[in-house]
Design a protein around this ligand. Structure first.
Ligand code: ARG
Length: 474
């Protein structure tokens, strides 16, 4: 090993070591380059811990006020960009603690009484993630409002509903959009539920077994706004299931967004041309002057892979880890940070796109709804109402469809005499059920596509969103 690879600076734990770690090991093991992002949570957690120590008379009132003064100054230095982060102090925790000791002397050294970096880091991530979860729930509320606002404008816009990507039955565009609002409503529910398990306090678990000082964990929990304390100290410092759960909620949001994005890509293509995407969400090609590419939805689709990958990374990180804390857990941060950043940016841009970037081309949607015999089910239902068993009605209509297909015409353009050859029950009133509007209006029950129901569904969704936040801005 070359001399240049030796480092001399000492970390907060070096007393027991007879040689310093190499420069390479230092760089490999340090996390400050990315975990400095947790500084606010770290300071908030330290402040609550010190408050509890002072109230329990574990540290003196003077030491506490020195710690408070020092931490406030550090917070300011970092916010101003005046703090010098040092890689030889490994992580955000040791950087802040070292600076505190420089500022306030022995009082700073007393902050770590009854605490370990193991319970400290677990607390920091939970505090940080709680705030981000709230922001994302608010972001989802904004996205859901955007879907409702677009739906409001399209309660009467007819389009084909698809199964197997083939025209199935006519629906309204609003109904289609409300399906997404429903997905994002469940996503918000999931995040709200995950928040309950994020919002628990690990501090007090110390390294793994608890501490011999007369700490009051309930007090620290209350100071930090945690709903409860993590019960078992070994579990408190080691499990990151709350982060995995969060990442899984995030992956689902992205998965839902990727489904919509895929539809936007299809719909804006010249094959469908159901919509125009506003130019500001698209880019051109450097070689083909005619091209307008739906970059934003394509990237949302792509970034879904990235976020889902982070979920896998976190699961694999946890897998087979023996109790209690292991350094493996330091690897939880980057996937988690990137998950939050990617999701937050995606929610922001997609909210704008849904609210302001989609113009429906009504004629094309309508024309497509006429293709593929979308009202065939309505004809079968008509025959059932006239007494034919459904299976027989299905068979009669299948023959009618075959005939129309053969002639290259729609069902409703077959003359009554021809229709009657498939079932004598068919009469002149059949043409009402064969129209797109007739078919849509007939599906008039909770969850159906009839405009009357869709309007009710929009109002109900607005009520459910209530005051869950006003969106996200990146
Ligand atoms: N940087 C570490 C992490 O992110 C903090 C905890 C370190 N604890 C320890 N015993 N080395 O997990």
């Amino acid at each position: 090993m070359s001399d240049s690879k030796q480092q001399t600076a000492s970390a907060g734990w070096s007393g027991r070591f007879s040689e310093p770690v190499t420069e390479e090991v230092l760089r490999y093991t340090a996390s400050v380059t990315f975990d400095k992002r947790l500084y606010s949570a770290d300071i908030e957690g330290s402040l609550a811990h010190a408050t509890m120590l002072a109230r329990q008379k574990i540290i003196s009132a003077t030491d506490f006020s020195e710690i408070k003064r020092g931490l406030a100054q550090i917070q300011e230095e970092i916010t101003r960009g005046d703090f010098s982060w040092a890689i030889d102090k490994e992580d955000v925790h040791l950087n802040i603690e070292k600076r505190l000791t420089d500022l306030v002397g022995d009082a700073g050294k007393r902050l770590h009484t009854g605490r370990s970096r193991n319970d400290q880091v677990a607390t920091d991530i939970r505090l940080w993630l709680r705030g981000e979860t709230d922001r994302l729930i608010s972001g989802l509320a904004g996205l859901r409002r955007a879907f409702l606002s677009l739906a409001q404008r399209h309660v009467d816009t007819v389009m084909p509903g698809f199964t197997h990507l083939q025209v199935a039955q006519p629906i309204t565009f609003a109904h289609h959009l409300l399906a997404y609002e429903a997905m994002f409503a469940r996503d918000a529910e999931r995040l709200t539920d995950a928040r309950k398990r994020i919002n628990r306090l690990p501090l007090g678990a110390a390294a793994l077994a608890g501490t011999s000082y007369p700490i009051d964990r309930a007090m620290t929990a209350e100071l930090l706004g945690f709903d409860e304390v993590c019960g078992n100290s070994l579990d408190a410092v080691s499990d990151r299931d709350f982060a995995i759960e969060f990442a899984s909620c995030a992956a689902l949001v992205m998965t839902h967004l990727s489904r919509f994005s895929e539809e936007l890509v299809l719909w804006s293509s010249s094959r469908f041309h159901f919509i125009e995407l506003a130019d500001r969400f698209c880019t051109g090609s450097s070689i083909m002057p005619q091209k307008k590419n739906p970059d934003v939805p394509e990237l949302v689709r792509g970034k879904t892979g990235r976020v889902t990958g982070h979920l896998m990374a976190l699961l694999m990180l946890m897998k087979s880890q023996p109790l209690a804390y292991n350094k493996d857990n330091q690897e939880d941060k980057e996937p988690l940070f990137d998950t939050v950043d990617t999701l937050s940016a995606t929610l922001s841009i997609m909210t704008d796109l849904v609210e302001n970037g989609i113009v429906a081309i009504h004629e094309n949607m309508r024309r497509a709804a006429h293709e593929g015999f979308a009202t065939a089910t309505d004809l079968a239902d008509y025959l059932v109402r006239k007494g034919l068993p459904f299976r027989d009605a299905h068979e009669a209509v299948a023959r009618a469809v075959k005939e129309a297909d053969h002639k290259g015409v729609t069902l409703e353009s077959l003359p009554i005499a021809t229709l009657k050859t498939f079932s004598p029950l068919i009469e002149n009133d059949v043409y009402e059920v064969l129209t797109l509007e007739g078919s849509i209006a007939a599906r008039n029950h909770i969850g159906g596509t009839a405009p009357e129901q869709v309007k009710k569904a929009i109002r109900a969704a607005e009520d459910r969103i209530g005051n869950q936040g006003s969106g996200i801005r990146n």
